[in-house]
Design a protein around this ligand. Structure first.
Ligand SMILES: NC(=O)c1ccc[n+]([C@@H]2O[C@H](COP(=O)([O-])OP(=O)(O)OC[C@H]3O[C@@H](n4cnc5c(N)ncnc54)[C@H](O)[C@@H]3O)[C@@H](O)[C@H]2O)c1
Length: 438
C-alpha cells in the first residue's frame, strides 16, 4: 500500500446499495437527489465541500477534494436497498420523520421509485422489528447467493460500472467472534450449516466481497469485522471499513476529549445520556442490541485518553453511557454529557454539553463520503481494511494488533494525507521550518 497506486478512471455509474432503508438511508438518498436538483447543499460532506491543501502554504494550491482525485459525480450515483419492511423511499422517509414534507414532496416520485429488495433478515438478530419483505432459502449460503444475484441484476439493470454496499440496517444483537469467524473456510462451512453465529449483516458483507463490491458497516454489529471476511477482502482486493457511523454524542466526545488531553487536563468522570424516539431507538431498547452499541461507544475514551500512560489524569475515569427510548423526540435526539475535569493542583471543574442533534442529518453525509471514498480505494486497487476512513466511525476497524485511533483530528489528518498520497502529493507534517530558513 505504500507505493502510490495507479487509479482507474471514475467514469460510469456507481450503484450504492444499502441494506436497511430506514432513517439514515432515506436521508442520504433524498439529500443526494435534492443536491442534484439544486434544492439543497451537501453540508457535512468532505467529498462535496472540503478543499485540500497541497504543498507549501505559499503555493496557494487548495483544490476541492473531488476535483483533486476525480471522485464519482453525484449525477452518476444510483441507489438501491433491501429492507424487511417493504415501504418505498417516500413512505419510509415520511415514517422516519427526519426530513420535512417541504423537502420530500418535490422528490416524491423519485423516492417512490426506490423499493427495497427482499432482505436477508431474522428476528433473532433484531428482536424489536419484523417485516414481510424477507428472502427464504435452503441455508445461509443460499441466502448469500440470492444477495449476489441481486447485486449482479442491479448492476446490469442500472448500467453501473461499479457498486458499493453500505450497511444502514438496524443494530443487531451482541455477538462475539468464534471459531466460525476465524477463517474463510470455516465461515463458508458455517453458511452451509446455518451457524447461528452468522448474523444477516455478515451474509451481506460476504455477498458483497464475493462480488468484488466494497463494503462499509454503519452499525456497531460485527458484520465484516471478522478475520474470515478480512481474509476474503484481501483475497478479492476489495476495501472494507467500519464500524458504526460517528455522529451525535460520540462525535462530540472525539472532538472534546482530544482537546482536554492536549492541555493535559484530567478527567474523572464522563456521564453521557441520550433520549431518542426513532426506529433505531426502539431497536436499541432491546438490551442485547444496546450492548452492541454500548461496547462501541465505551471504547472511545479509553483509547483516546490512554489511562495507562497517564494514570494521574485518567486512571480513575468513570465513563457511563445511557440510551433511552423516548418516542416523542423521533429522530431529533437529545444527548447530555456531564464531564468532571481537573486542573492545576487537582482543582475540579465541570463541563455540560446539551446537544440537540439530528442523528440522520449527521449520518447522511458520512454514507455519501464512504460510498465515494470506498469506490476510490477500489479503483486504486486497495483491498482489506481501510483504516484511513476511521474518521467516519465510532469503532474503527484496524489491522490485527493495532489499537484504533479515535482522535478526530488525527483521523482527519490521516484521511487527508492518504488522499494526498493517492493524488501523488507529499503528506503534510505541519513542521513548517522551511518558512524560516535564511
Ligand atoms: N442515525 C445515526 O446517526 C446513526 C449513527 C450511527 C450508527 N447508526 C446505525 O445505523 C443504522 C441505521 O440507523 P437508522 O436510524 O436509519 O435506523 P432505522 O431503524 O430507521 O433503519 C434501519 C432499517 O434497517 C432495516 N433492517 C434491519 N435488519 C435488516 C436486514 N437484515 N436487512 C435489511 N434491512 C434491515 C430495518 O427494517 C430498518 O428499516 C442503525 O444500526 C444505527 O444504529 C445510525
Amino acid at each position: 500500500m505504500t507505493e502510490r497506486p495507479e487509479i482507474e478512471s471514475s467514469s460510469g455509474r456507481l450503484g450504492v446499495l444499502l441494506p436497511g432503508f430506514g432513517a439514515v438511508a432515506t436521508t442520504v438518498v433524498a439529500g443526494v437527489e435534492a443536491v442534484r436538483r439544486d434544492l439543497a447543499k451537501p453540508i457535512g460532506s468532505l467529498t462535496q465541500m472540503n478543499t485540500i491543501r497541497l504543498g507549501k502554504r505559499t503555493e496557494n494550491r487548495t483544490p476541492l477534494i473531488k476535483e483533486f482525485l476525480s471522485l464519482v459525480e453525484l449525477e452518476d450515483l444510483v441507489f438501491g436497498a433491501w429492507d424487511p419492511i417493504p415501504d418505498n423511499g417516500y413512505v419510509s422517509a415520511m415514517e422516519a420523520g427526519v426530513l420535512d414534507s417541504k423537502h420530500l414532496d418535490p422528490l416524491r416520485e423519485f423516492l417512490e421509485g426506490i423499493v427495497p429488495m427482499p432482505a436477508v433478515f431474522h428476528k433473532d438478530y433484531v428482536r424489536r422489528l419484523d417485516g414481510p419483505n424477507v428472502k427464504t432459502g435452503r441455508n445461509k449460503m443460499d441466502l448469500a447467493e440470492q444477495l449476489r444475484e441481486d447485486l449482479r441484476r442491479f448492476k446490469a439493470e442500472n448500467d453501473c460500472a461499479r457498486l458499493v454496499m453500505i450497511w444502514c440496517g438496524s443494530t443487531e444483537v451482541f455477538l462475539r467472534t468464534g471459531a466460525v469467524h476465524e477463517t474463510l473456510a470455516a465461515f463458508e462451512e458455517g453458511l452451509e450449516a446455518d451457524d447461528p453465529a452468522i448474523a444477516p449483516s455478515m451474509i451481506y458483507a460476504y455477498a458483497a466481497l464475493k462480488e468484488g463490491v466494497p463494503y462499509a458497516n454503519g452499525a456497531p454489529n460485527l458484520s465484516a469485522d471478522l478475520p474470515a471476511l478480512e481474509e476474503l477482502a484481501v483475497q478479492q482486493g476489495v476495501p472494507i471499513a467500519g464500524k458504526d457511523f460517528k455522529t451525535g454524542q460520540t462525535l462530540m466526545k472525539t472532538i472534546l476529549a482530544p482537546g482536554l488531553k492536549a492541555r493535559m487536563l484530567g478527567i474523572e468522570g464522563w456521564f453521557s445520556t441520550n433520549i431518542l424516539g426513532n426506529r433505531d431507538g426502539a431497536v436499541l431498547d432491546d438490551p442485547d442490541s444496546f450492548k452492541t452499541k454500548e461496547e462501541s461507544k465505551l471504547g472511545v475514551l479509553h483509547h483516546l485518553l490512554q489511562p495507562d500512560m497517564y494514570p494521574d489524569l485518567y486512571g480513575n475515569l468513570y465513563h457511563k453511557v445511557r440510551i433511552n427510548y423516548y418516542p416523542p423526540r423521533g429522530d431529533n435526539k437529545e444527548g447530555w454529557d456531564n464531564i468532571d475535569i481537573q486542573g492545576w493542583m487537582g482543582y475540579k471543574m465541570q463541563i455540560k454539553v446539551d446537544f440537540l442533534c439530528r442523528d440522520s442529518i449527521l449520518a447522511a453525509p458520512i454514507v455519501l463520503d464512504l460510498a465515494l471514498f470506498l469506490d476510490l480505494a477500489k479503483r486504486a486497487g486497495w483491498g482489506g481494511v481501510q483504516e484511513w476512513l476511521s474518521f467516519y466511525f465510532k469503532s474503527p476497524q484496524t489491522a490485527p494488533g493495532l489499537y484504533p485511533e479515535h482522535d478526530l483530528f488525527i483521523q482527519h489528518r490521516k484521511l487527508k494525507n492518504t488522499l494526498r498520497h493517492l493524488g501523488g502529493e507529499e503528506p503534510l507534517t505541519h513542521l513548517g521550518l522551511e518558512y524560516y530558513d535564511d
